[in-house]
Design a protein. Structure first.
Length: 228
């Protein structure tokens, strides 16, 4: 059952953070866009699970994901809390679905190919891009509450965050998590003078620590899932 749940969660992460363009995110309140997004999730789950005869899987994923997203679009407001709540509900729904499939479809197990690469790729996408959505929401609220005026390259901070989380993920994959210390030291040296000149030093520090913490947590979770 654990591998089934891991594959369903991996499919969710790919569909949400890799196969969902910004246009779809902005227009998900439109019924057609919501249905298309749910269909992408269903197709991704079906393809990754590789139980071609079990139509119940994509249908269940489509229904569950569409209902959750509809409720979020109807009653939720874009925020850190909403993002975390939405992703938590999605994950629990997929775990419950995996349990249902295991107990009602003759002990259904994952018997397809490429389990570790699929989980690894989904983990990489979630670490690099998925965490970025949460961090962007958090920093947006931080900027708004403190009336910060930031300068620099457009989307420069987001790109730096993606690169550093990608490097951290690769460190974990290579079995060298202690190398993260070198990355922290290098970034600290590069940011030192900037932090002294700007009053946004605390903002930079909070964003960096949040990015590193998310990368470490998600990389660790991915390695654990790959060993199931």
């Amino acid at each position: 059952m654990e591998k089934i749940a891991a594959i369903l969660i991996a499919a969710h992460c790919m569909a949400d953070f890799f196969l969902q363009p910004n246009k779809m995110v902005r227009n998900k309140q439109l019924p057609l866009m919501l249905i298309l997004h749910g269909a992408i999730h269903a197709a991704t789950a079906w393809l990754l699970l590789q139980h071609w005869q079990n139509w119940q899987v994509p249908l269940s994923v489509f229904i569950l994901h569409s209902i959750i997203d509809f409720i979020k679009q109807r009653y939720g407001k874009e925020s850190v809390t909403t993002f975390i709540a939405d992703q938590t509900v999605h994950l629990f729904s997929l775990i419950l679905l995996a349990s249902f499939l295991y107990h009602n479809l003759q002990g259904m197990q994952f018997s397809g190919t490429g389990y570790q690469p699929l989980i690894g790729f989904a983990g990489f996408i979630t670490t690099v891009r998925g965490a970025g959505f949460l961090i962007a929401l958090f920093t947006k609220e931080l900027i708004s509450r403190n009336n910060l005026k930031l300068d620099g390259l457009q989307n420069g901070g987001a790109l730096i965050g993606q690169l550093e989380r990608g490097v951290i993920f690769l460190f974990f994959l290579a079995g060298q998590p202690e190398s993260i210390g070198l990355l922290i030291a290098a970034k600290s040296i590069l940011r030192f003078e900037e932090s002294k000149r700007h009053k946004q030093a605390e903002y930079i520090l909070i964003g960096t620590l949040l990015s590193f913490a998310a990368a470490i947590a998600l990389s660790s979770a991915t390695l654990w899932a790959m060993k199931l």
